[in-house]
Each structure stands twice: as C-alpha cells, then as structure tokens.
Design a protein around this ligand. Structure first.
Ligand SMILES: [Zn+2]
Length: 381
C-alpha cells in the first residue's frame, strides 16, 4: 500500500503566525499541498525527514529584490532564494511595460521560486539610462501591463529617480490607481519634492521601501521619529526594510526599534552588490532584526504572513491545510555573530538563522544536510 503522504517532516518546532501555531509539530504534504499539521502525526511518507531542533515555517516571502533588469545588478532567483527558505520573491522594477514579456519568458516561467513583480513606471525598466527618462514614464501602458499580467504583477515601482519633479513617483502612483493596485517607492527627497509630501500622496497599502536608509528621513536631530511618519503608519502606509547595499543602517534602525517602529515587512533588496559585504540574504537580514530585539515569532510573521498580506496574496505565507506546500525549515544557531550594515559597521548578535530545507509546492528543492535522503549504503547504485 502506498504511504499516505508524499513528504513528512517530523519533530520540528512549527511557527505559523496566521494559524497561531508556535510549538512542537509534524507537517505532512500530499499532492503539493499541506495535508496535515500537528504533533506526532501518524502515518508514513515517500520521503520523511527528522527535523528535530529546527523550525518549520511557511516559505519565506521577500518582497524586494532584483532578478531582472540592468545595472549588472540582478541575480538568478533560484540559487539566491531557495537555500535561504525563500519560496516567493518579488522583483522590484527590473522590467517595465516594454520588456515585461521578456522577463516572464526568461526568468518568471523557468524559475522554481515563485517570482512576482512590481512593474517599473519606466517603460524600459532598469535598462538603458536607468530610470531617469521622464518621457518613458507613462502611467497608461504601465497600468495596462499590470492588468495584462495580473497573475505575476503585484504593483508598480518607482525608484532611483534624481530629477526635481514627481514624474517617477507621481506616475507610478497614478498607474497603480488606474490598475487598482499598490506602489512600492524608493525615494530620494529633493527640495522640490519632500518626504512629508510623498507620505501624503500615498494611499493605505502603498509601500515605502528602504525605511532604515538616510534617504528615508524619519528621525529628527534627536533621533525621534517625526510625527508625520507615525501618522503615515497609522493611515496604513507600509514601511518595508529593503536592506540593499546602502539602505539598512543600524544608526537609524536602533533608535527606530527602541521607539517601537519595526518594518512592516523584512526584505533584502538583494542584488549583486548587496549580496557581498552586507550579506543581505533573507536569513541574514532576519538575523539582524533578531539582533535588534525583534522576537523570532515576529521575525517570521514579517517574513511570511505580513508580506503576503501587503502584496495582497493571502493564499501565501501560511501552512493551513490545503495551502500550496511552500515550506522553510530553519536553524536558529546560538553563539556570537557579527552583522554588517550599509555603513560597513557591525552589530553583535547571539542568534543566526540558516536555511536547512526548502519545499516549493511540496517538492524538496533544498536539503543542506540531506535530512530527507537515505545514507549512501541504502541509496541508488
Ligand atoms: Zn531595490
């Protein structure tokens, strides 16, 4: 008789914020879906792994990284996501309406990682003279692209614009409103377009990324968070971490966290440079939030359920029975660890998160220690 399950993870500590679960549990998968969750599940499986000492969580969701576009910056999604437990990633503005079909064909479709996208307000996306040509910022074809690729596109991106006007950010907001979606904005304030003015233009649900960057002037001269920032959060504006090469600074994050201003969503802004010295992988970015005092359960919440809600994909980011089986198995190592930020300064921490196993739609696609595999004596010859 065939075993009842395809995969069975045994003896883990399961954290699933959406279902209020935080404790010992097994997790069973059948036909790519979560089949059962609970302590000491009976039954067997084609592939079984003892994950004692490890955490079972929903597959992580990174809503800001770069897997397409120019700047020689983007990275292939699978090798830079799956080993870190990330099963859904959102490219932020690599493609505009002119090259979205190419992005879908070359990156989205062939990837194991679920690749979603914010489409750039710039028609050429992050290619050519990147994101400065105001004549290529047209909300109408941008909004049409959101509607055409609604399976993949979760919003509109404005980024890296150095001009004095509102063509980039205002255009992205207009495109998003036309298409009934949200924006994610990477903003550098100018005297002609200030940060408080930007926050006033956002609608609830719009995302401000790089919240702990100097380009997001949230602190006054005494390191107090400005009232207009609190008011924007109360109004429903989303603040995303967006680590990146230059955008996660401990000298901003420490006072912000001390005043109770965590990022809504933990994201990496992963690209070729941020992957190197600041090591902006999802697991390291989450570890930095642990070192800043965020409890593990909240770190998981802001890397799973919360980003799913923010990008309006409520079917993702949890381990409910019947959900697609995107699962991360994470180690939380104890010790002394140094973490590097955008200023190349360090913060010491005592815990470090590491991906051990990743399942995407029920398939084991990462198994660092071969926990689900037979020993060589019993294996294939
Ligand atoms: Zn970015």
């Amino acid at each position: 008789m065939a075993p009842p399950y395809d995969v069975l993870l045994k003896n883990g500590h399961l954290i699933d914020p959406k279902n209020n679960m935080d404790g010992p549990a097994d997790l069973a998968i059948k036909d790519g879906k979560i089949a059962a969750v609970g302590p000491q599940l009976p039954g067997t499986a084609q592939r079984q792994a003892n994950v004692a000492g490890l955490y079972i969580t929903p597959g992580l969701i990174d809503i800001h990284l770069h897997v397409y576009g120019g700047f020689d910056a983007w990275l292939f999604p699978d090798p830079h996501n799956l080993p870190h437990g990330v099963t859904t990633c959102v490219d932020t503005g690599g493609a505009g309406y002119e090259d979205f079909a190419h992005f879908k064909e070359t990156i989205i479709d062939p990837s194991i990682t679920r690749v979603l996208a914010f489409v750039n307000i710039v028609g050429a996306g992050m290619t050519g003279p990147p994101e400065q040509d105001t004549t290529d910022m047209d909300p109408i074809p941008c909004a049409a692209t959101v509607e055409c690729y609604c399976e993949h596109i979760v919003g509109v991106k404005s980024a890296h614009f150095g001009g004095p006007g509102w063509e980039s950010t205002g255009g992205a907001i207009e495109a998003a409103r036309r298409a009934g979606t949200i924006v994610m904005v990477d903003f550098s304030p100018k005297p002609t377009r200030t940060y408080p003015e930007l926050l006033a233009r956002y609608s609830p649900g719009d995302i401000h990324t790089h919240c702990y960057s100097t380009r997001t002037p949230m602190l006054d001269d005494d390191d107090r968070i400005f009232d207009f920032v609190w008011q924007a959060r109360e109004r429903g504006v989303i603040f995303d971490l967006g680590h990146g090469n230059a955008s996660f600074r401990f000298h901003i994050a420490v006072p912000a966290m001390a005043q109770g201003f965590p990022p809504d969503t933990i994201s990496t802004d992963l690209h070729r440079r941020s992957r190197l010295l600041p090591n902006a992988t999802m697991n390291i970015t989450m570890s930095k939030m642990l070192a800043l005092g965020m409890p593990l359960q909240e770190v998981i919440y802001r890397s799973t359920q919360r980003p799913a809600e923010v990008i309006r994909r409520p079917e993702l980011g949890h381990l409910s029975v019947g959900a697609e089986a995107d699962v991360a198995v994470l180690a939380v190592r104890e010790g002394r660890f140094g973490f590097v930020d955008a200023t190349r300064s360090t913060l010491q921490g005592s815990q470090k998160i590491e991906g051990r196993m990743t399942l995407r739609a029920g398939e084991i696609v990462w198994d660092q220690d071969g926990l689900s595999l037979p020993s060589w004596e019993e294996g294939v010859r």
